[in-house]
Design a protein around this ligand. Structure first.
Ligand SMILES: [Zn+2]
Length: 173
């Protein structure tokens, strides 16, 4: 089922999500809802979606890794690289706004699959970026928090006179 996505300033986005302890049908339907909702977003297309964004406060997210949607349960980042990179981020819970966030370039992630099977894997590039953004959601953190902490700017997409989209600086959110 495609679910509504919570957006700022809804305070629920700031809630801590709880660990998943039972790997049952409820979890299966949560993963299915997250995947369908992520795929329903086409403008812009979605790269990841976390359970709290659809009003379910469990430590679950889905992410598009190499063009396939993968579910991550109870994710925990155990290692961050010293090397950091800046990348323009956006979020369905922060509609139409973008900002550069500097984050570690590589991470090591421990997580469980839908059956509870544990695994550990290293990620770099875009997958490392998506995973860090989604894990933040489980702790009530939004990318705009990092932009502000890093003294960055928030941009919004505006159309110019010819209808061409461009990024312009937005007021503080
Ligand atoms: Zn997000």
């Amino acid at each position: 089922m495609i679910r509504d996505i919570l957006t700022i300033p809804n305070g629920k986005l700031r809630q801590q999500s709880e660990e998943v302890k039972t790997f049952d049908k409820n979890l299966e339907s949560l993963i299915s809802d997250l995947s369908q909702t992520l795929e329903s977003q086409t403008d812009p297309p979605g790269l990841g979606l976390s359970a709290p964004q659809i009003n379910v406060f469990k430590r679950v997210f889905v992410a598009k890794i190499k063009n396939r949607i993968k579910a991550f349960i109870n994710p925990k980042i155990s290692k961050f690289s010293k090397k950091e990179i800046a990348y323009l981020e956006g979020c369905f819970s922060v509609p139409d706004l973008y900002g550069h966030v500097t984050r570690p370039a590589e991470i090591k992630l421990g997580s469980q699959d839908r059956h509870g099977k544990k695994s550990k894997k290293s990620y770099k590039g875009l997958p490392a970026r998506i995973i860090q953004h989604e894990v933040d959601h489980l702790d009530g953190i939004l990318f705009i928090d990092h932009v502000h902490a890093q003294n960055g700017k928030i941009f919004k997409v505006e159309k110019d006179k010819k209808g061409k989209e461009e990024l312009v600086e937005a007021a503080y959110v």
